[in-house]
Design a protein around this ligand. Structure first.
Ligand SMILES: NC(=O)c1ccc[n+]([C@@H]2O[C@H](COP(=O)([O-])OP(=O)(O)OC[C@H]3O[C@@H](n4cnc5c(N)ncnc54)[C@H](OP(=O)(O)O)[C@@H]3O)[C@@H](O)[C@H]2O)c1
Length: 323
């Protein structure tokens, strides 16, 4: 069981979670329906609460049209019958409907109905703008999201893939109008990809209580240590992990090896615990394609790294950075 002290609040919302969110882009992609159900069951049995998905998952796969992940999660929710035990995060803006995508209010209003239907639920706990949309007025976006909250279709809203300036202008507009504001941010962040969070975005999140829930917590699996040689990087993840085999990757893995050995932990657990220890982080997101993997990831929730561990990892990860 998860002790209350392990729980983190997402921004100023009523949503609380242990410091691990289950990534859902694999459901219906690299995890079939049975594997997905088993992963979801194991995640909840191990104390997990938040499941992250998006309407567009997994439209990048040949023959898919998007909505596959939400559909699997919806079927699992129906079978399990305990909707209120979990927190569902989904996103809008990257799945075209009749050729329209982005954050246009009419598109948001249509897209949310599709997500609710596929998820088989009448509310979404956390609804994110999947990426910024410079072509739509932020006031119009804010009104569209606020309407969803007022209508009870969405409990909390957030942003994903935003830079600091646009996050700040959006949140300031929402607060100024007394509207629902972005409580969460979902940008990429891990030991090998720090630039989309550290600096101005992190400062803003910390100063304004926006809960960062970073994606690619494991750098697509690279930080588990299972891709050490070019011949390891095959299949669906080849492109995503191949880029880490040279450069900073091996040095970061060596630091993870050392810290993991000291704690009798796995590399994945250490990589996620490092993220969870950074300022402004509510919970890192990682996906799993088997029960074994998700049980391993759940071990990150209780792993306490020492300040020496954190600085060792920090140094290894920053050593290649040039000013
Ligand atoms: N907001 C956005 O724009 C955005 C973008 C991307 C992702 N996301 C979210 O973030 C989530 C995470 O992204 P991701 O799944 O692509 O990357 P990730 O979490 O960095 O990598 C997860 C992958 O690593 C492997 N893995 C997990 N646990 C393992 C273990 N214990 N041992 C060995 N291998 C393990 C699995 O892949 P294999 O079994 O295939 O090896 C798993 O699918 C997504 O599901 C999605 O919800 C959001």
């Amino acid at each position: 069981m998860t002790a209350p002290s392990d729980l983190r609040r997402i921004g100023r919302s009523e949503l609380v979670t242990p410091p691990l969110i289950l990534g859902g882009n694999v459901f219906g992609w690299t995890a079939d329906r049975n594997a997905s159900f088993a992963v979801l069951d194991a995640f909840v049995a191990g104390g997990g609460k938040v499941i992250d998905t998006a309407d567009v998952y997994s439209a990048w796969v040949d023959g898919h049209k998007g909505g596959e992940s939400e559909t699997v999660i919806g079927e699992w929710l129906r079978q399990r019958g305990k909707r209120d035990d979990v927190i569902i995060t989904t996103k809008v803006g990257m799945l075209p409907i009749d050729g329209v995508q982005g954050l246009d209010p009419a598109h948001i209003a249509r897209a949310v109905e599709g997500s609710l239907k596929r998820l088989g639920t009448d509310y979404i706990d956390l609804y994110l703008a999947h990426r910024d949309d410079a072509d739509t007025d932020q006031n119009d976006v804010a009104e569209a999201f606020d309407r969803l909250v007022k209508d009870g279709k969405v409990r909390t809203i957030g942003a994903s893939n935003f830079d600091a300036g646009r996050l700040a202008s959006a949140v300031e507009g929402q607060e100024g109008e007394g509207q629902a504001r972005y409580q969460a941010l979902q940008n990429q962040y891990n030991l090998l990809e720090r630039h989309e969070y550290e600096g101005a975005v992190q400062d803003y999140c910390v100063a304004h209580d926006i809960g960062m829930t970073p994606y690619y917590g494991l750098a697509s699996g690279y930080l588990t240590g299972k891709y050490r040689k070019p011949e390891d990087a095959k299949g669906a993840r080849a492109g995503a992990v191949g880029k880490y085999l040279d450069g900073d990757g091996p040095r970061v893995l060596a630091a993870l090896d050392a810290v993991a050995a000291a704690h009798q932990a796995s590399l994945a657990q250490v990589a996620l615990a490092w993220i969870a220890a950074q300022p402004g982080i509510a919970a890192p997101i990682a996906s799993a394609t088997s029960v074994k993997q998700v049980e391993d990831l759940l071990g990150a929730i209780h792993l306490q790294l020492t300040s020496e561990d954190l600085s060792r990892l920090d140094k290894a990860s920053k050593a290649g950075v040039t000013a």
